[in-house]
Ligand binder design. Structure first.
Ligand code: E4P
Length: 215
């Protein structure tokens, strides 16, 4: 399973890169707005720190606007994957990007048939939002299971990128279902590493080590 970081904060990306397990980064307009810098500058900076795929989202809504932005993003770096919303216009853009060899991450996916459409348009990644479905009283992880089954049935090469991850449990369940990628907020990445028994055990070892005789 590939680990992407879901952030536009460069200090978080540097810290996660130091763990040696960072395969890529996803951003969205809300995350970039919080970072408070121009979107293009953020993507350039991220590409310097993480050498994997970096998702940058289009901000237009029409086919022409989105395709223009997709070409601009793709020309910035071969690392850039263009994030496109799962709308009719968006799918047309995905189809054109596929024909031009531009990699895409189709975002805001909330149903299995939406994911099937995105794969047929040639999406490189599909981003189902599990946390936001949970928020609405639906099981987000059931969607991952359905998409994996459908993609497997037809050997569709689109990678399932689990988004809107809110807890370590989301990551565990996504991994059990064989999701290709999890995009993880920095806070959740830190929670995953932590376990109270690890801390307790380490404290006991360090205490006992004090009574080991010196050579
Ligand atoms: C990732 O690509 C998504 O933009 C992100 O995971 C959304 O997460 P949220 O639902 O916590 O905002």
């Amino acid at each position: 399973m590939k680990f992407f970081l879901d952030t536009a904060q460069i200090d978080e990306i540097k810290e996660a890169a130091a763990y040696g397990m960072l395969d890529g980064v996803t951003t969205n307009p809300s995350l970039v707005a919080k970072a408070g810098l121009p979107y293009e500058q953020i993507i350039r900076d991220i590409c310097e720190v993480c050498k994997g795929p970096i998702s940058a989202e289009v901000l237009g809504t029409s086919y022409d606007e989105m395709l223009k932005e997709a070409r601009q993003w793709a020309s910035l770096s071969s690392q850039v994957v263009v994030k496109i919303p799962l709308t009719i216009e968006g799918l047309k853009v995905v189809s054109s990007c596929t024909a031009e060899g531009i990699r895409t991450n189709v975002t805001l996916c909330f149903s299995a048939v939406q994911a099937l459409m995105a794969a047929k348009a040639g999406a490189s990644y599909i981003s189902p939002f599990v946390g936001r479905l949970d928020d609405c009283g639906q099981h987000g992880m059931e969607l991952i299971s359905e998409i994996k089954k459908i993609y497997n049935n037809y050997k569709l090469p689109t990678e399932v990128l689990v988004a809107s991850i809110r807890s370590p449990l989301h990551l565990k369940d996504a991994a059990k279902l064989g999701a290709d990628v999890a995009t993880i907020p920095f806070k959740v990445l830190s929670q995953i590493v932590k376990h109270p028994l690890t801390d307790k055990g380490l404290a006991a070892f360090l205490e006992d080590a004090k009574s080991i005789p010196q050579a």
